[in-house]
Design a protein. Structure first.
Lengths: 482, 313, 308
């Protein structure tokens, strides 16, 4: 291997009780393309944030070339050393144009004629990576469709003014690209590494990783569990290394399943964003699968609003993004749980406090929420327990249909298993669950999986057919290259 | 207990009010201690009424504020005085008419915000211009005195405690019940913390905001009626000082400007504090300029001290 | 027609409509002197609007700009008149104070509305201390500038164009203007790119202070004597002007030229209503109605973009 361009040694990082990185070591050689794979929550994104300087490690060493930069690492230092990132969430300013966004990351683009230079820089790189991109340098980002925004952001990461590129990290760069542009990007990455720039490619698309990278690192639970040249991996061994145990499927008893198929249909919905239709029967657990952001959450909201969908029964929503969709930060755990059930506690129009207390305590024991006092603020709980509180909120309500928006994001394994069991039990009593999940394992708890692609339903799989391969096939169809 | 109390943001406004009062009577040598309190309660009553409405609006989340309070006070006062026309028999129709126009102002405000999607700050400001013009045009000419009954009511005292203050105390207790124990109250507080989460938890966000803007307008209307009774008639500038006062008592009282946390007791403390502060500075012989500067610096100091807590959220 | 283009043109169309209506109602205003008279007070309003716009660029709001303009007038009519050096120093101090408030708001993560509300009392208090009752004298040079008789095009129009273009160049076309607007659009991305939000915010508030000073000076040049309360309404005018001019409260979307045009529209609307012989009772109300009308027009144009 070449002289390492960047080297991490024993890096650790925790968020509260959750250990996102538990001692990761990583050598990136100059001109090397590394694939980083692993399930959600394996620590890939945290690792990348540490490389970019946006998060600092709790422990561990970091060096560039031969100089040890542990302790001085920051956004600025990372930038000065030619490290660039394309984050999963957009890092462009929506109110600025493409050229202006290029200016934002390049100090030297100033003075007279900067705009022209920035435009040329942006367009040259765009044309180099995505020939025929159709983007104009004066387009405001907010006017561009999501795919073109991502193209602009990727191109921006590869533009060079004063500091040479050392390492570019791409986090799911193809998630919003169509097959053609995704292929353009990957072949550009191949060309780029021959010029001596290193690239780390994080992707769920194992085909992309296998076809592009020199070396693949597999992460699981904050650690690297496998690290080999690409030639020594194939699709199967890679999936095995990621820890998906294909043989250990949770097959719900056939009898129970057969019984469900006689239940009445209570949901019939068409995505407004595309084609297809699906139904759900009383007591079923329906998984919404596919890549993140392909219309699943919008489908859930459609069901919640009961618009463009026939929904019989009261509906409750369990948020996955706890901070923005779920938790009331200023309230106690108890208030956060009872909020969906207040109507049942009214007497002469007033909420009865003792009923609230009883309900909260009941669900504290049923969900095993770990707190000394339900009157403590909700933020005193760990993330997993906050999520349990959100489950309790929905399950305590009168709702017969529970919508779940990828609710297990960043939740520890123990909690997950507890909740899975509860979902199965509740479904047994006749509650219907519509469960959007990005985790393959969770689909095995579902009676059926509905796969989304670009806002449309691209496949429906019954529980016997649910497998990672089939889901991925339906999620990508066009650019699936394994 | 004391430790727990000291963490409640509203406690500070009472401590500050007490401190200022003590400083004042220390200066006067104990003279007029009771009268000062009575006067403070009388005047504070009005900022408390509108403060309660403003508090509800601000609690529904960032960006929500009612700038039409002063104009609504004026319109309500003018309508009440003109309909009553100094005749005590027309007291009830007068009050009803004043509250009816206030209600319409609230509906109009919300219509601008919801239907025309104008940011609340601009919507309530623009509507306040229209409301004020209506008041000017309707109430033009001479100042009409309130019926004696209203005058007596607004200035009556029981053991030195203004009757209006007792009324507002009852109102405050009712409102605090509404906040804590009704669905509407929970909805206001939930929406203020996170409107999307509140919607997903089953609250009707638009209905709640509508109710809140109407409530604020109605409370301004009540203030307008009482104030005209108290000060011997309606005047076109009678609402002016309540624009800043309504916001200031809410903020100093410990209500979160970011929304989601209301403090009714804090409004009482803050309103008393604001009045007693002016009294103290007057007693000390401070000029109008010094009074203004002190008021401003105290508002800033309060928000800076409370701001640290906000961050830890 | 392209929605974003239409949105950018809206302030100019509004101004043209109000101007046309004024000419129609009172044809005599269609002259050098008529325009001069109608628009002279638009200059200080435009400057205050620009000040407000800098603050709105970084997602804050300044409720103290009106009293601040009043304070600058009071300082300039007294200290600057009697002692130019000390007066200049005092005005510089005002700008520094503004910058410090910006830094405070950022570092403590405070709601700018409340801080500037408190600040408005402070400015007013200082102004009243300096000048308890209206009075003082404007420095001669100020009066001369504001009474300038420019050839063909009246001075207020030239001044407005110069102000608008200069700020447009700084905030829209310069490379640092991009950083300022980006900080309103996506603060996290800006910090990830290595820019200090503290520096940007401090700078924006300092600029607001600077233009507030210019506004106060130009207003004093017109009124020739000062009054602490003279500009209280400027707070509202400036906010409305920015919004009329196509700006938005959050997201770093502002338009300096639009803001100046918005301020001109507001100033003209005042004159127009007088010429319309609307009863004085309804003057303010009509202003409110115009405000609602113009801002409501924006709603359908911004809608599609916010929903993406």
């Amino acid at each position: 291997m070449n002289q390492p361009a960047i080297k991490l040694d024993g890096v650790e990082r925790s968020f509260g009780a959750v250990r996102a990185l538990a001692g990761v070591s990583l050598d990136v050689g100059a001109g090397e393309c590394i694939g980083l794979v692993g399930h959600n929550g394996a620590g890939k994104s945290t690792l990348m944030h540490i490389l970019a300087g946006t998060l600092s490690p709790d422990k561990g060493r970091l060096s560039i070339g031969t100089s040890d930069l542990t302790g001085q690492w920051s956004i600025r230092v990372a930038k000065a050393n030619g490290i660039r990132c394309v984050f999963q969430e957009l890092s462009l300013c929506p109110n600025l144009t493409v050229a202006e966004n290029v200016r934002v990351v390049h100090g030297p683009l100033k003075g007279f004629g900067w705009k022209k230079r920035a435009s040329i820089l942006a367009l040259d790189k765009l044309s180099e990576i995505f020939p025929g991109h159709g983007i104009v340098a004066d387009d405001a980002i907010s006017d561009l469709p999501i795919g073109k925004r991502q193209m602009a952001e990727i191109a921006r990461a590869f533009t060079v003014t004063d500091t040479p590129l050392r390492l570019v990290i791409l986090d799911e760069p193809t998630s919003s690209l169509d097959a053609v542009t995704a292929e353009q990007l990957l072949s550009f990455v191949r060309r780029q590494v021959t010029n001596g720039t290193s690239v780390i490619l994080i992707s769920h698309l194992l085909g992309d990783v296998l076809g592009t990278c020199d070396r693949i690192i597999v992460m699981k639970d904050g650690k690297t569990v496998a690290e080999r040249p690409t030639a020594e991996f194939d699709r199967h061994s890679l999936v095995a290394a990621m820890g998906t145990d294909v043989t250990q499927k949770k097959v719900v008893e056939a009898k129970a399943r057969a019984a469900k198929s006689e239940h009445p249909i209570i949901i019939r919905a068409k995505p407004k964003t595309g084609v297809g239709e699906f139904t759900a029967r009383k007591g079923e657990i329906i998984g919404l699968a596919g890549l993140a952001g392909h219309g699943q959450t919008r489908m859930l909201l459609q069901l919640y609003e009961k618009s463009g969908a026939q929904v019989e029964g009261a509906v409750a929503f369990i948020a996955g993004d706890r901070q923005s969709d779920g938790i009331f930060n200023l309230w106690s755990i108890a208030s956060n749980i009872t909020v969906r059930s207040l109507r049942a506690m009214l007497k002469w129009g007033l909420i009865e406090p003792n009923k609230e207390g009883v309900l909260a305590d009941d669900w504290k024991s049923r969900m095993n929420i770990r707190t000394p006092n339900m009157d403590n603020n909700i933020l005193t709980l760990s993330g997993g327990n906050q999520q349990k509180a959100l489950f309790a909120r929905a399950l305590a309500s009168e709702a017969s249909i529970i919508l779940m928006d990828d609710p297990m994001r960043g939740v520890d394994v123990g909690t997950k298993l507890e909740v899975y069991e509860l979902i199965a039990k509740e479904a047994g009593t006749g509650r219907t669950f519509i469960w959007y999940t990005t985790e393959m394992d969770e689909l095995h708890y579902c009676d059926r999986a509905i796969v989304f692609r670009n806002g449309s339903i691209s496949a429906e799989l019954s529980s016997g057919d649910i497998s990672e391969e089939k889901i991925l096939q339906a999620s990508f169809a066009e650019n699936f290259a394994a | 207990m004391i430790k727990k109390l000291s963490r409640e943001p509203w406690v500070w406004s009472f401590i500050a009010a007490l401190g200022v009062w003590l400083a004042t009577i220390a200066y006067t040598g104990g003279q007029g201690a009771g009268e000062i309190l009575t006067a403070a309660l009388s005047f504070a009553t009005f900022s408390i009424i509108v403060g309660l409405g403003q508090m509800m609006v601000i609690t529904t989340g960032p960006g929500n504020v009612d700038l039409s309070i002063p104009a609504t006070i004026t319109l309500s006062g003018v309508v009440a005085m003109k309909v009553m026309d100094t005749d005590a028999h027309l007291l009830v129709p007068g009050i009803a008419a004043a509250l009816a126009v206030s209600f319409l102002v609230g509906v109009f405000n919300f219509a601008l915000i919801r239907l025309l999607r104008i940011p609340p700050i601009i919507a309530t400001l623009s509507s306040s211009f229209l409301v004020l013009s209506t008041a000017i045009s309707y109430g033009r000419g001479i100042r009409i005195k309130p019926p004696l009954l209203l005058d007596n009511f607004a200035t009556a005292r029981i053991f030195g405690i203004p009757f209006a203050a007792i009324l507002v105390l009852i109102l405050s207790i009712i409102l605090s019940m509404i906040i804590k124990r009704t669905i509407y109250g929970r909805a206001v507080v939930a929406i203020g913390q996170n409107p999307r989460a509140a919607w997903l938890a089953g609250f009707n966000v638009n209905q709640t905001r509508f109710n809140t803007y109407v409530l604020s307008a109605l409370l301004s209307g009540v203030c307008g009626i009482l104030l005209s009774g108290f000060s011997g008639g309606a005047a076109l500038n009678m609402g002016e000082e309540f624009l800043l006062a309504s916001i200031a008592v809410v903020v100093i009282g410990g209500t979160s400007v970011a929304g989601g946390r209301a403090s009714i007791s804090g409004i009482w403390g803050a309103a008393l504090f604001m009045y007693l502060l002016v009294t103290m500075l007057n007693t000390f012989g401070a000029s109008a300029g010094v009074r203004l500067i002190m008021t401003g610096l105290i508002i800033i100091a309060v928000i800076v001290l409370a701001g640290g807590e906000r961050q830890s959220r | 027609m392209n929605k974003s283009l239409l949105r950018a043109l809206l302030p100019f169309i509004s101004l043209a409509v109000v101007l046309g209506a004024t000419f129609y109602v009172q044809p005599r205003t269609m002259s050098y002197f008529g325009l001069n008279l109608m628009l002279q007070y638009a200059v200080p309003i435009a400057l205050a609007t620009i000040a407000q716009m800098f603050v709105i660029t970084v997602n804050d709001l300044d409720l103290s700009i009106g009293p601040f303009v009043g304070l600058v007038g009071c300082i300039s009519a007294t200290l600057l008149y009697t002692n130019p050096v000390l007066g200049t120093l005092a005005l510089i101090l005002c700008i520094v104070a503004y910058a410090a408030v910006g830094a405070l708001i950022h570092t403590r993560n405070l709601p700018s509305i409340v801080v500037t509300l408190g600040l408005s009392f402070v400015w007013l208090g200082i102004a009243v201390l300096i000048l308890p009752s209206p009075g003082g004298k404007a420095p001669e040079w100020l009066k001369t500038i504001m009474a300038l008789k420019t050839p063909i095009i009246p001075f207020p129009i030239i001044a407005a164009i110069v102000i608008g273009v200069a700020v447009q160049l700084t905030l829209i076309y310069s490379s640092y203007g991009v950083i300022a607007r980006g900080s309103g659009g996506n603060p996290r991305a800006m910090e990830r790119a290595g820019w200090s939000m503290l520096r940007t915010k401090t700078m924006m508030f300092a600029l607001a202070g600077f233009f507030g000073v210019l506004s106060g000076l130009s207003l004093l040049g017109l009124t020739t004597s000062a009054d602490a309360h003279v500009a209280d309404r400027y707070t509202l005018f400036s906010i409305a002007g920015v919004i009329l001019g196509g700006g938005e409260f959050i997201g770093g979307r502002v338009s300096p030229l639009g803001a100046v045009v918005g301020a001109l529209t507001l100033a003209l609307a005042g004159s127009f209503l007088i010429f319309l012989k609307i009863s004085p009772d309804w003057q303010i109300g009509a202003q409110g109605a115009i405000l609602i009308l113009v801002i409501a027009l924006k709603a359908p144009l911004t809608d599609s973009e916010q929903r993406r």
